[in-house]
Write a protein that binds this ligand. Structure first.
Ligand code: FAD
Length: 474
């Protein structure tokens, strides 16, 4: 009988967990989570990887995981430090023969696994299939031969009839190694991690808690109770409230939900109630997630460079004061500012909002897209390296996409997706008393009026906005 360590990272669940399944027949199993110092250090692009909202959700997810392990006779050991030092110390101290964990796709995380493996000596580091939908052996071709453009990737994958059979959470777990109880500590608080406590915001589009139980409850609710999935195609461009989209992403990013569980439940829902545009639409979005995962695996650190995957791209390489204005929701373009304020206040914004602010940063403000991606990395509660950097590169026109870049007309977007200015009024209180027809265009007010509102003046009105200005629309 083996003695094993189970290293949790961004897979904070018991359901459909290949590494946990691989450890079930061990004589003893030590579940461990490590807070790495680099998660809290300023990165090269000036952001901190783990901002307060992300950290809050992470702590909630860890508390839920520890609770689920305790119900099954185990515990989660929390440690702070370098995995390559701590894991070999534990295997030696408790005579463990094997370390089980999920494989990684992002370059930094893969390098970390390599460092741990090197330091483990004869102890094996077993990497089990990670948080993707498809395993390499299920692909219709070699990973390297997968199409690099989504419009070709999607139909190729769709031709296969995948059957997802996630394994449910086990009822019992092997005991901890003898003596490991002495190392158990309480989960650190946000302030012990050197972070502030985020305020809870009533208007948040993600009013949920982290953790597997909450994630599974949302899955049940969205697919089975409210069945809001059946209207997804009509609501997905919304920006207000919890119901316009599934909100699965924060749980998927922390691994509290398995994408294979989501896909299996979606299939089960379609088998019972029928497939419609909306259920299919959600499936296609899960394939986007998958597409970006394989893209990251294939291109590795190139995805994080300014030219990303397109060497000829002519993308802005500068950052100046306009970047800070963008970060803090002070550009003078209300739809952009409202989204950036929502992001800072809650850690979540809609897909529509992400596209608008990303395109505005790159195309209108002419700033280096990687700084925007790094800001998202710090703040998004659903931050996921493949989806974040993949979407940013795609919108900045430096992914493997035939189109050069994605020009969004921010004012047109505002008119289309926030016609009554309800969204900007929600997040920009200073504009609530501006006449409704001017709330998307406060830059048309006089200097004096704008000064009284304490809202910044847009430096220059882009020519392309002319058809969407109030007098043009009248
Ligand atoms: C600039 C930019 C950055 C982004 N960064 C992230 C990120 O760090 N993490 C992240 O999970 N998503 C990211 N997205 C994708 C998308 O905005 C979110 O997945 C989505 O808004 C999450 O809300 P939801 O779960 O309600 O999505 P739904 O619309 O309900 O979609 C269901 C699921 O499909 C997947 N999905 C949907 N859209 C996309 C997409 N465009 N790319 C990849 N997967 C998708 C997600 O897993 C999502 O949970 C980003 C998009 C943009 C434009």
């Amino acid at each position: 009988m083996r003695r094993a360590l189970l290293w949790f990272k961004n897979d904070l669940r018991l359901d459909d967990h290949p590494a946990l399944q691989a450890g079930l027949d061990a004589e003893c199993l030590l579940p461990v989570f490590i807070f790495e110092p680099e998660q809290f250090e300023l990165g090269a692009l000036g952001s901190r990887p783990l901002g307060v909202h992300r950290a809050r959700l992470l702590l909630e997810s860890l508390a839920a995981l520890d609770g689920a392990l305790r119900q099954r006779g185990s515990h989660l050991l929390f440690l702070q430090g370098l995995a390559e030092q701590l894991i070999p110390q534990l295997t030696e101290r408790f005579h463990l023969q094997e370390v089980l964990t999920l494989a990684e796709i992002a370059p930094d995380e893969r390098r970390r696994l390599d460092r741990v493996s090197e330091r483990l000596g004869p102890v094996e580091l077993r990497e089990l299939p990670s948080n993707g939908l498809l395993r390499a052996e299920q692909l219709p071709c070699e990973p390297i031969e997968l199409p690099q453009v989504f419009s070709q990737f999607c139909p190729l994958i769709e031709q296969q009839l995948y059957v997802f059979q996630p394994r449910p959470a086990p009822e019992h777990l092997p005991p901890l190694p003898q003596g490991a109880e002495q190392l158990l500590r309480a989960l650190p608080s946000l302030s012990q991690l050197g972070l502030g406590e985020p305020l809870s915001v009533a208007a948040s589009a993600f009013p949920f808690a982290g953790g597997e139980v909450a994630g599974m409850a949302r899955l049940r609710d969205y697919l089975w109770n409210s069945q809001n999935v059946r209207h997804y195609q009509q609501t997905r461009d919304g920006m207000i409230g919890s119901e316009y989209s599934s909100k699965f992403s924060p749980w998927l990013a922390n691994g509290c939900l398995s994408p294979r569980r989501v896909a299996a439940e979606l299939r089960r829902h379609e088998a019972q109630f029928g497939r419609n545009d909306s259920t299919h639409g959600l499936w296609v979005e899960l394939l986007w997630r998958e597409f970006f995962r394989w893209t990251l695996l294939r291109h590795g650190s190139a995805l994080f460079q300014v030219g990303a995957l397109k060497a000829t791209a002519n993308t802005p390489q500068q950052v100046d004061a306009r970047f800070q204005q963008w970060c803090h929701g002070r550009t003078g373009m209300p739809l952009v500012d409202a989204n950036m304020r929502e992001l800072a206040a809650t850690g979540y914004i809609s897909n529509r909002g992400r596209q608008v602010v990303a395109c505005y940063l790159v195309n209108d403000l002419q700033q280096d897209w990687r700084h925007g991606a790094a800001w998202f990395e710090e703040h998004l509660i659903d931050y996921d390296p493949a989806s974040n950097w993949g979407n940013w590169a795609y919108l900045a026109g430096v992914a493997c996409d035939p189109r050069y870049n994605h020009l969004f007309n921010a004012l047109r977007q505002a008119r289309q997706y926030d016609p009554e200015a309800v969204y900007v009024s929600l997040w920009l209180p200073e504009l609530r008393h501006v006449p409704m027809h001017l709330r998307h265009t406060p830059f048309l007010l006089t200097h004096l009026q704008l000064g009284e509102l304490n809202y910044p003046r847009l430096e220059q009105i882009p020519e392309a906005w002319t058809p969407y200005l109030p007098n043009a629309a009248a």
